[in-house]
Design a protein around this ligand. Structure first.
Ligand code: PRP
Ligand code: ZN
Length: 286
């Protein structure tokens, strides 16, 4: 049989769309049937398994899937033997304690002896222990946010990304238990053939992620300002400087990181740059 790499991604939830989008940006196309459980890519040796996020670490540990995209929070809770291949840098969120809007909350000790509903009992237990708090942890596997409303718990410990789930359920975030982001994980021992496919996929993922964090910028400047401007711009090598039709003027092109983007723009303007254009980059192969 032809060798394919099997990737597990979340069937529905916070990570499903972003995971699909990442594969698409890597140029991998596959059938997008809503009720699919499994799908084969047309143009890359990849099979996509759509699972509940909670089942992804165990599937990868057992070899049902070779790799998976899943939240760090789930990996930490499940304690399965997998290897983290790459921190993907998207779907950043936090596992947080939240209480009903009406509840008086001043500090963690207010949760002593209270019932806390969560799908993350191990992480929560460790956190409470390290803060010397005794509380009653109720493990529930989904819809944690409705637990206080139906009288099942006094507080919850759940994932928060935009905060809209908490808001919709009359809850207020009070403490951050852990920060999390999407991870690419892999089975500890992949065959040599699968490693080759994974290397190819990783090359694409890294190119896409690098490009997401970078912008291509172009600007005009007087020749006399070039030294000052080049000092502000590190770029991949050094910036490209080409003469304009107007004597004494040049066009400067380079790549900048999203993080310090606006500061760079201010500095460039002060140094004499004009007509600054900022363009997204689709892929960045280094
Ligand atoms: C989490 C969490 C909330 C939601 C919070 O679910 O349980 O439902 O995301 O996001 P928000 O702050 O942007 O509203 P997730 O999709 O991670 O997985 P789950 O359904 O398995 O809990
Ligand atoms: Zn889940």
């Amino acid at each position: 049989m032809k060798n394919v790499l099997k990737i597990a991604i979340q069937k529905s939830g916070r990570l499903s769309e972003v995971s699909l989008q990442l594969l698409q940006e890597c140029g991998i196309s596959f059938s997008q049937n809503k009720n699919r459980l499994i799908s084969s890519a047309y143009n890359f040796p990849l099979e996509i398994l759509f699972l509940r996020d909670d089942d992804i670490p165990v599937s990868v540990a057992d070899g049902v899937a070779d790799i998976g995209i899943v939240g760090e929070n789930v990996v930490e809770e499940k304690e399965k033997s997998i290897v983290i291949t790459e921190r993907l840098g998207f779907a950043r969120c936090r596992l947080a304690l939240a209480v009903p809007q009406s509840m008086n909350f001043n500090s963690l000790t207010d949760l002593s002896g209270k019932r806390i509903a969560t799908s993350y009992p191990k992480i929560l237990q460790r956190y409470l222990k390290s803060n010397d708090i005794q509380a009653d942890i109720h493990e529930i596997s989904g819809s944690v946010e409705i637990a206080p409303g139906i009288g099942l718990a006094d507080a919850i410990c759940d994932l928060v990304e935009s905060g809209s789930t908490l808001l919709a359920n009359g809850l207020r975030e009070v403490e951050v238990v852990m920060r999390s982001e999407a991870l690419l994980i892999q089975h500890p021992e992949l065959s040599a053939e699968k490693e080759v496919i994974l290397d190819k996929l990783m090359f694409r993922i890294k190119s896409v992620n690098r490009a997401r964090k970078s912008k291509y910028i172009l600007m005009n400047a007087p020749q006399s300002a070039v030294a000052k401007i080049t000092a502000i711009l590190p770029g991949m090598k050094s910036p490209t400087v080409t003469p304009l039709a107007e004597p004494g003027w040049v066009s400067i092109h380079t790549v900048v990181q999203e993080d310090d983007f606006w500061e760079k723009i201010d500095m460039l303007r002060e140094a004499g740059a004009q007509g600054i254009l900022v363009v997204p980059i689709e892929k960045m192969m280094l």
